[in-house]
Design a protein around this ligand. Structure first.
Ligand code: PRP
Ligand code: URA
Length: 211
């Protein structure tokens, strides 16, 4: 059973594409393409509860009341670098969204998240923010990003990832119970180096071919 506030997107297309991404023989090009494709399906799920309002429009035949998204445009907040791999696909579905960039890297020795860049829309308090990162391992990066966005004024935040460790899910839900989590899968555990196993390796390196 999945914990409260955690949605595992179990769509067969997601499961199939994720298997291809896990395979170590998958090329950098295919890895990037698959991540973009999966991000469409994750975006579909994560935006399911967005509020609608009714407006009056004129079809070629008559006027009608029809639904439109309520409120200001969404903010996507990719955690650099690997979060950029989810951003493009999200923008395919929500092209007018704003973008907040959260630059964090995970110190390999301490596994702590170190901030090196942050830039968010000034009116972030009035917008729903969807944080993007393919990997939720210890959740140090996710929690640091969410704290930074809350400091900047964000009040309604969702977290979308591709792959999570049970430890990371538990931590983010404990520290930020107001932030729902969407993931394509929850794996077995973290290894001694803080990597998700079986996992898919280092998402940033696989996406950009840096190792
Ligand atoms: C990876 C990943 C997450 C983080 C997850 O980024 O993209 O941001 O690790 O680990 P955590 O949950 O234990 O914090 P990394 O720091 O390797 O940086 P990169 O995206 O620049 O490769
Ligand atoms: N970051 C990654 O890219 N992969 C992991 O398994 C853990 C953290």
């Amino acid at each position: 059973m999945t914990a409260k506030g955690v949605t595992v997107v179990g769509h067969p297309l997601v499961a199939h594409k994720l298997t291809l991404m896990r395979d170590k023989t998958t090329s950098t090009k295919s890895f990037r393409e698959l991540l973009r494709e999966i991000s469409h399906l994750l975006c579909y799920e994560a935006t399911r509860d967005l509020e609608l309002t009714e407006v009056t429009i004129e079809t070629p035949l008559q006027s009608m009341r029809a639904p439109k998204l309520e409120g200001k445009k969404l903010v996507f907040a990719p955690i650099l670098r690997a979060g950029m791999g989810l951003l493009e696909g999200m923008l395919d579905l929500v092209p007018s969204a704003r973008v907040a960039h959260v630059g964090l890297y995970r110190d390999p020795a301490t596994l702590r998240a170190v901030e090196y860049y942050f830039k968010a829309p000034e009116d972030i308090a009035d917008r729903t923010v969807i944080v993007l990162d393919p990997m939720l391992a210890t959740a140090n990066s996710a929690c640091a990003a969410i704290e930074r966005l809350k400091q900047a004024g964000a009040r309604r935040i969702l977290f979308v990832c591709l792959l999570a460790a049970p430890e990371g899910v538990e931590r983010i839900r404990a520290e930020h119970p107001d932030v729902p989590v969407y993931t394509a899968a929850i794996d077995e555990r973290l290894n001694d180096h803080g990597y998700i196993v079986p996992g898919l390796g280092d998402a940033g390196d696989r996406m950009y071919g840096t190792k």
